[in-house]
Design a protein around this ligand. Structure first.
Ligand code: ADP
Length: 398
């Protein structure tokens, strides 16, 4: 079975074509600058191809992807008919779409109704789905939501303590994001330690440019750090993470900023970039810190502390912990962050083997637990696209 996985962003369209029998990626790539020029990078194994193309919208970008996938020079299939199903990454499923779903007219209609609470990711995701429905009307399409892993979170952990009508009428609540990644790595952790997921309490740390931490008890998410939007939680590349909300109104009152301006500050100019003044890329912040830059050193401390605090609170919520998982760009690659997060955590049973942590093997589940420690600590490479392909295969085969 061949499954095309699509991830539409506001100006991008990422794709991967999977051969499910061998879990192999036949080809993958990215369309960028959609609506403002256009550029495609396409990979087949080690061969890479790129081209400037005019992409006025996601539909035209998708046409280009399909023609490359079928092309003689760079293609991997003879015709579009070989694609058995398409899986779409959709960031937000709102309150109703609690699990991955076959795309029907009513699913698309519901996604349109929740654009107000998902203004950045909703429109491009819907555009990607509509483009696919138009170009491949007979191929089953599946939507996989970042939020659906959190359908098991209880109301006492998703309702904010603001007047209840804002939840009832405006749907303001914690939704949580990155759920496909947390679901994937929690299942992989269970496989790696050879125990049923039902018997494990774990905390999964997805630390990338956007970061989130999830408490997973018995395979079910019980709490997560991102909230109404991906803004809440740990310090991120350019996002502040959790702050006192009065900072927003204070900035608006004293500086005359508009709502949009404050949102841009907190979303695009804060986090690692905002505090360090150097970069949203943690590698650059570390380089500056090593040269003695105070703000870079402070940034790293803020980041690490924001992660530690959440781990501690989730241990308290679950009354224990069996495994701690690190994943995504920072979690999978930055030994120093893992070491600092796990430092002085022996009270909770978290202790890592610093040699194994520093000399880890990339790209595979890797155990960095100190011998005899109570809590297993692992690096698990995430693979959201493969998780989407698996869900798509399951639903399309029904
Ligand atoms: P996104 O959330 O956009 O998918 P990533 O998961 O790639 O981002 O995470 C980006 C962060 O991961 C950056 O701060 C970067 O420093 C770090 N990172 C990514 N790859 C590496 C690497 N090979 N070595 C060290 N750090 C990395």
């Amino acid at each position: 079975m061949k499954i095309l996985v699509l991830n539409a962003g506001s100006s991008s369209l990422k794709y991967q074509l999977f051969l499910m029998e061998s879990s192999e990626v036949l080809a993958k790539g990215t369309c960028e600058r959609i609506g403002a020029g256009g550029f495609i990078t396409h990979k087949r194994g080690d061969e890479a191809y790129s081209e400037e193309v005019d992409f006025p919208n996601h539909g035209v970008a998708l046409e280009k992807v399909l023609s490359l996938l079928c092309s003689k020079e760079y293609g991997v299939i003879g015709s579009v008919k070989e694609i058995d199903a398409v899986g779409h990454r959709v960031a937000h499923g709102g309150e109703k779409l609690k699990e991955s779903s076959l795309i029907t007219e009513s699913v698309v209609k519901y996604l349109e109704t929740i654009v107000p609470i998902n203004p950045l990711h909703g429109p491009p995701a819907i555009a990607g789905i509509k483009a696919c429905l138009a170009l491949m009307p007979d191929v089953p399409q599946v939507a996989v939501f970042d939020t659906s892993f959190y359908s098991t979170v209880e109301d006492s952990r998703f309702v904010y303590a603001i007047p209840y009508e804002f939840y009832e009428n405006d749907k303001i609540r914690r939704y949580g994001f990155h759920g496909t990644s947390h679901r994937y790595v929690s299942a992989e952790l269970a496989k790696a330690v050879g125990k049923p997921i039902e018997d494990l309490k774990m905390i999964t740390c997805h630390l990338g440019n956007g970061s989130s931490i999830t408490a997973v008890d018995g395979g079910k998410a019980i709490d997560t750090s991102m909230g109404f939007t991906p803004q809440e939680g740990v310090v991120m590349g350019t996002r502040s993470g959790s702050i006192d909300p009065t900072v927003v109104t204070y900035l608006m009152k004293t500086k005359g900023y508009t709502a949009q301006e404050v949102e841009d500050i907190l979303n695009k100019k804060s986090g690692l970039l905002g505090v360090s003044g150097i970069s949203n890329d943690l590698r650059n912040v570390f380089s500056a810190a090593e040269e003695g830059n105070y703000r870079a050193q402070l940034t790293i401390k803020l980041l690490v502390n924001s992660i530690k605090k959440l781990i501690g609170s989730y241990v308290a919520e679950m009354n224990g912990l069996d495994a701690l998982v690190f994943t995504a760009g920072i979690g999978e690659n930055q030994s120093n962050v893992r070491e600092m997060v796990c430092e002085n955590m022996s009270y909770l049973g978290i202790e890592i083997d610093t040699d194994r942590n520093a000399n880890f093997t990339r790209g595979i589940p890797f155990n960095i637990t100190k011998d005899g420690a109570k809590v297993q600590v692992w690096i698990i490479p995430t693979n959201e696209e493969y998780m989407i392909a698996i869900d798509t295969q399951r639903l399309a085969s029904k």
